[in-house]
Ligand binder design. Structure first.
Ligand SMILES: [Zn+2]
Length: 335
């Protein structure tokens, strides 16, 4: 059975647990994504004619459930997205580009047995312990962080109790690493490779998203080497291949596939709803029919490029302790 460890839920209406900053909701970026996944037609996307938030949310949920159910994947970890918090640990809507509550993802996961809950808890929020424990009780298999967008430094000493709680409960972090174009940044340094080590040293299992990013279009040999050094040093570090079927991340993907040590830590992830650039992989997929289904297409392109079969099931390893508690029947099927 195969697993996608990196699939986003998205919601616009506060009624559905969503938050979108007015500026971000009108941006070309968000309209482009919604059009690319079929939530918004191109005329409306071009003219900025957005339907009611509730309708967008409904369409997003329907499409995600239908696509995942029709895909060859066994499971996908569907992610919440926490916001930005001020110095006193209170939510700051003005500085938060987008957010989706844990409760919204808990509700969504009831709609498909293929969905596993990926919680998102900003470690600087006042009530982080309550929120984290609530999510673990509700079956969370990991915690998702985008430190650069959520506005905190993973090396901040105040986060140590959070790391300790994750270690005690066997909960991994899926952490964004490297450059970011999909969502506006608060501080890009917070997603630097050097910020990964605090969690790893604390004994927390980390899945570094996008194979740590590297450099856009032409990967950086030195950034790749630094990542490789971390992989060699920490057996609790995994790397996901989310969004690597895109033209600007292809170079990092190819480098990762060529290096046996790095390739041995790769786990499959898509980064739904980020568009897949099939045209950038024409050579690898030549003469073969690319599937229509988003998840099948992403999987097909990555396998055609050289992703090993093992990477499709390896994603169960970092979450296995949580899976045993949350979904024992699934655990026994897949681990
Ligand atoms: Zn993502």
């Amino acid at each position: 059975m195969s697993i996608d460890v990196h699939c986003h839920h998205l919601a616009f209406s506060p009624k559905n647990g969503g938050h979108i900053h007015p500026k971000f909701s009108k941006s070309y970026r968000i309209r482009w994504y919604l059009n690319a996944i079929g939530v918004l037609n191109w005329q409306d996307a071009f003219l900025g004619r957005m339907p009611e938030k509730e309708r967008l949310d409904e369409r997003y949920r329907e499409l995600l459930v239908a696509r995942l159910d029709a895909s060859p994947l066994g499971h996908a970890v569907v992610l919440a997205f926490d916001g930005v918090y001020d110095a006193n640990g209170f939510f700051e809507p003005e500085r938060t580009a987008k957010a989706v509550t844990n409760d919204a993802v808990i509700a969504l996961c009831k709609e498909s047995p293929k969905m596993l809950f990926g919680a998102s808890v900003n470690p600087l929020r006042r009530d982080w312990r309550y929120e984290l424990d609530k999510c673990l009780d509700a079956g969370a298999v990991l915690v998702k962080w985008l430190p650069n967008v959520m506005g905190f430094d993973p090396g901040d000493v105040r986060i140590e109790p959070f790391y300790q709680r994750l270690r005690e409960t066997g909960t991994p972090i899926l952490m964004h690493v490297g450059f970011e174009y999909a969502v506006p940044n608060i501080n890009i340094r917070f997603s630097g490779l050097d910020r990964l080590e605090a969690a790893l040293r604390a004994g927390v299992t980390v899945i570094a998203a996008h194979c740590c990013g590297g450099r856009i279009i032409y990967d950086s040999p030195s950034l790749f080497r630094d990542m490789r050094t971390l992989v060699a040093k920490y057996p609790n570090l995994y790397l996901d291949v989310a969004a690597l079927a895109s033209f600007h991340r292809k170079s990092r993907f190819l480098n990762a596939l060529r290096d046996p040590l790095v390739a041995s830590r790769l786990v499959f992830g898509t980064d739904y709803p980020i568009p897949v650039h099939a045209w950038a992989f024409r050579k690898e997929t030549a003469g073969r029919t690319i599937p229509e289904n988003y998840f099948a297409k992403d999987l097909f392109i990555k396998e055609a490029t050289g992703l090993e079969r093992e990477a499709l099931t390896r994603g169960y390893a970092p979450i296995k302790k949580r899976l045993l508690i949350a979904r024992p029947e699934t655990f026994h099927q897949v681990v």
